[in-house]
Design a protein. Structure first.
Length: 159
């Protein structure tokens, strides 16, 4: 199996997700994790072609959803290895480390992606206002979860 026999967007996403081992389009939670994982990966500077807009559960890309469903059909045929060029590979390894303890936690990924997205599109919005907006969007998010996510993003120099 090579890149020429599968759509390029599908192939590239598959290579990335093989490294994370968290791809699952069969559940809502799995689809949410996909959206937030790719959003955050791109925040780390590894752009793979997906543009996001604000939606019910934070940043969302309809193109990514389509690519994800297409990938589901060929995922087992995507090679388990692949590398970016040197600088991007370094960013990807940093991203993998960032994701290591949260790659299956849809709530944390949603909070992280939502905070980052809002700070990106509203750079002058205060930390308190962004946290309040995220917390109010999903009532089950706590202020502490949001503050912890802000701190983590700040520590990674993403906000």
């Amino acid at each position: 199996m090579n890149k020429n026999t599968i759509n390029e967007d599908v192939f590239n996403l598959g290579l990335v997700l093989r490294n994370l081992e968290n791809f699952d389009m069969s559940t809502f939670s799995g689809r949410l994790i996909l959206q937030k994982t790719v959003y955050l990966m791109q925040a780390f500077g590894i752009y793979i072609g997906h543009n996001f807009s604000w939606y019910l559960r934070g940043p969302y890309s309809s193109h990514l959803a389509s690519v994800g469903f297409a990938l589901q059909e060929v995922y087992d045929r995507i090679p388990a290895t692949g590398h970016f060029e040197k600088d991007t590979q370094r960013k990807f390894e940093t991203f993998l480390s960032f994701m290591s303890n949260k790659k299956t936690d849809a709530d944390i990924l949603e909070i992280l992606a939502s905070i980052h997205f809002l700070k990106k599109i509203y750079p002058n919005m205060s930390k308190a206002d962004i946290i309040e907006k995220v917390k109010n969007k999903q009532k089950y998010f706590t202020r502490k979860q949001c503050v912890d996510a802000w701190t983590e993003l700040k520590g990674e120099e993403l906000i």
